[in-house]
Design a protein around this ligand. Structure first.
Ligand code: RI2
Length: 304
């Protein structure tokens, strides 16, 4: 396997590279490196490209952003000669990466409009799209406070707290199970997404659906910040979103608990009924428009 591709793949598997947007950009980058540095036979290029793509696709199963990034690059390859194809892959990968980064900025801009001055926001896990909304609201001069969950077992909440504090935002970290206790102080919830199914269900870090349920009970608006490449064309043709289960060791040391079983699903699905809106780079939409987004915006990914 190509060294840089392997490094990126292992980085995604071990979660050194994480976050649905980041792993998508890393996937595109892996294909770019492969194309740039390919020195093998022209006749073997296609087979090698498929191997590399399949390896990247196998790194993490849940975030469709990863697969959409790979298909974005592959489905737009043009040219007849090896050099033309290689150049095309590099161009496509770069186009995906800049589209992805621009999308996050736009989401921040649109989402910030939805944050009222004086608001207290709750977020779960570490989503760069959700953080962009919060940070742009703060930078536009709004006086905001944030509560963020620590996010067991991987503690991505630590990254969120540090990032917000570095921005000068008033941030309070709470344990995941304290969400209902604090919901009375929250004006709006904003989270990210790994995958959005065609029925509008949002698959995000485990615990998100509990946060949504509590917000729903308390009539607190629940918003999702997600680029359109997180919408899943596969779900249109009946595929279920695979929920990744990671090793027990991420929860505790199993040998210290003889006879105890562990389960560690790292994502869950929030039904559209609990979601007030999804902030995309195309605008703020109802979750029930997911199918429309998949149909109109994404011209890649569906293999029937
Ligand atoms: P952005 C993350 O997954 C979290 O579930 C987060 O909410 C989501 O990706 C979206 O993140 P993980 O890689 O793309 O931590 O908004 O398992 O950064």
């Amino acid at each position: 396997m190509h060294a840089k591709v392997k490094e990126i793949g292992e980085g995604i598997k071990s979660m050194k590279i994480r976050g649905a947007g980041k792993i998508a950009r890393a996937a595109a980058e892996a294909l770019k490196y492969f194309a740039m540095e390919y020195e093998g036979e022209e006749a073997e290029f296609q087979t090698e490209l498929e191997k590399v793509s399949n390896y990247i696709l196998s790194t993490r199963p849940t975030a469709v952003s990863l697969r959409n990034a790979v298909y974005y690059v592959l489905n737009r390859i043009n040219g007849d000669t090896l050099d033309e194809k290689k150049t095309s892959i590099v161009k496509n990968a770069e186009a995906f990466i800049s589209m992805s980064l621009e999308s996050v900025k736009k989401i921040g801009k649109f989402g910030a409009e939805r944050i009222r001055d004086g608001s207290t926001i709750l977020t779960h896990c570490n989503s760069s799209a959700a953080l962009e909304v919060i940070i742009q609201a703060h930078r536009s001069g709004k006086d905001i406070r944030v509560f963020n969950t620590e996010t067991r077992p991987w503690l991505q909440g630590h990254i969120t707290s540090r990032a917000l504090s570095k921005e000068g935002i008033d941030v309070t970290m709470i344990v995941d199970s304290a969400v209902r206790y604090f919901m009375r102080d929250i004006d709006i919830v904003i989270v990210g997404a790994d995958t959005i199914a065609s029925n509008g269900a949002v698959i995000n870090k485990v615990g998100t659906s509990q946060v949504a349920l509590v917000a729903h009970e308390a009539r607190v608006p629940f918003l999702v910040a997600a680029e359109t490449y997180k919408f899943s064309p596969e779900t249109v043709i009946g595929k279920l979103v695979e929920i990744e289960e990671r090793p027990a060791e991420e929860i505790a040391e199993p040998k210290d608990f003889p006879g105890v079983k562990f389960r560690n699903p790292v994502f869950d699905a929030t039904p559209p009924d609990y979601i007030d809106a999804i902030i995309t780079e195309r605008g703020i939409i109802s979750p029930y428009l997911a199918y429309q987004i998949i149909k109109e915006v994404m011209q890649f990914g569906v293999e029937s």
